[in-house]
Design a protein around this ligand. Structure first.
Ligand code: AHG
Ligand code: MN
Ligand code: MN
Ligand code: MN
Length: 333
């Protein structure tokens, strides 16, 4: 590390004047996410030792079997944010409806809503493969002092004031943006502090990795099939390498560092794809654009899509700018 040594706490304080809006509140919010991340990290790290692996026996609003860690991470993030009286509302992949938070003593003075995918990559928990958490922050649009409404959550991704993810991998990292670039912090587990390890992260303009669940090939639209064939062709710097972890957070993180493209397309079985616009695609698209990358549904910029419902799904193409533009060209052909 050639840059100066800085903890996440120090970084937040030093950079808070750069925030567009009420800086103290957003700083406290990022601090709370940092705290919840450490709690969840502790549990994820000992997943093989304690009874936290496996399914709960319930299905979430997405129609997915909830894993114990999905439920645990959901509870911890909601508890941490609620008890600190920091946000006025939370929406989560694991909750049917949004949660309105009444700050009794301050009379609903909090300005921010948070949307979370508490545990991303559920299918990887039992097999000790990296999982993550994704978060997205907006300023409420209804007046302060009143309970939040659905409108506060259904904002275009371009309105995000912060977004990020935690990756519980070979090391645990917190990567986030407040609209002034992307910075990555690595947890030193012995001390319990996150340190700035990846300042000013950028997607290489081009890459040679493509990440897509090719098992669904026969259900993909023709544009995606043709792009996959293009990736596999013997020409120029191709064939590309195929890497698919099955945790969006991990696939995105690798592609941002090495250069690559992630695609979760629409299919004949799932006409809107699988990924959730509010909890997964918008925060990742904000990060991607802040890191010189690009994100679209094949035709439209993700951050320009007007959400119509909380758990809305959307096709997702995200990564190195030139690669995304190439894939879009195939979609439009
Ligand atoms: P989650 O675990 O939050 O439900 O998200 C899973 C998502 C995403 O992380 C991953 O890239 C994708 O689903 C994997 O889906 P397939 O198994 O269909 O490839
Ligand atoms: Mn899920
Ligand atoms: Mn997810
Ligand atoms: Mn999830």
């Amino acid at each position: 590390m050639s840059h100066k040594i800085q903890t996440l706490g120090e970084f937040i304080i030093e950079n808070q004047t750069a925030f567009k809006y009420s800086s103290g509140e957003l700083s406290r919010l990022i601090n709370s996410i940092r705290l919840a991340a450490k709690v969840v990290n502790h549990e994820v790290n000992k997943a093989g030792l304690v009874d936290i692996i496996g399914a709960v026996g319930d299905t979430n609003i997405q129609g997915e079997d909830q894993q114990k860690l999905d439920v645990y991470a959901n509870e911890k993030f909601i508890q941490t944010l609620t008890k600190r009286n920091i946000v006025c509302g939370i929406a989560s992949e694991e909750e049917d409806d949004f949660i309105a938070i009444n700050s009794q003593d301050e009379n609903h003075q909090n300005k921010y809503v948070v949307l979370i995918d508490p545990l991303d990559g559920s299918s990887n928990i039992d097999v000790n493969v990296s999982v993550g958490t994704i978060f997205s922050v907006y300023r409420r649009i209804t007046p302060v002092g009143t309970p939040v409404t659905l409108k506060d959550f259904l904002q275009k991704g371009s309105q995000q004031v912060a977004a990020g993810y935690i990756i519980y991998g070979t090391s645990t990292m917190l990567v986030y943006t407040t609209g002034a670039g992307v910075n990555g912090f690595t947890l030193n587990p012995a001390i319990g502090s996150f340190y700035l390890s990846h300042p000013n992260m950028k997607f290489p303009l081009d890459g040679n990795i493509y990440s897509i669940n090719e098992g669904n090939y026969s259900h993909f639209p023709q544009g995606v099939k043709s792009y996959i064939k293009y990736c596999q062709e013997e020409a120029e710097d191709r064939p590309y390498t195929s890497r698919y972890i099955g945790s969006l957070v991990s696939d995105f993180h690798r592609n941002m560092i090495k250069g690559g493209i992630y695609i979760y397309p629409q299919s004949s079985k799932n006409p809107n794809g699988k990924l959730r616009l509010l909890y997964e695609c918008n925060p990742m698209a904000f990060l991607a654009e802040q890191a010189n990358g690009k994100a679209s549904d094949g035709f439209t910029r993700i951050l320009d899509i007007q959400p119509t419902e909380l758990h809305q799904r959307v096709p997702f193409i995200c990564g190195s700018k030139n690669m995304v533009e190439k894939a879009e060209a195939f979609m439009k052909a």
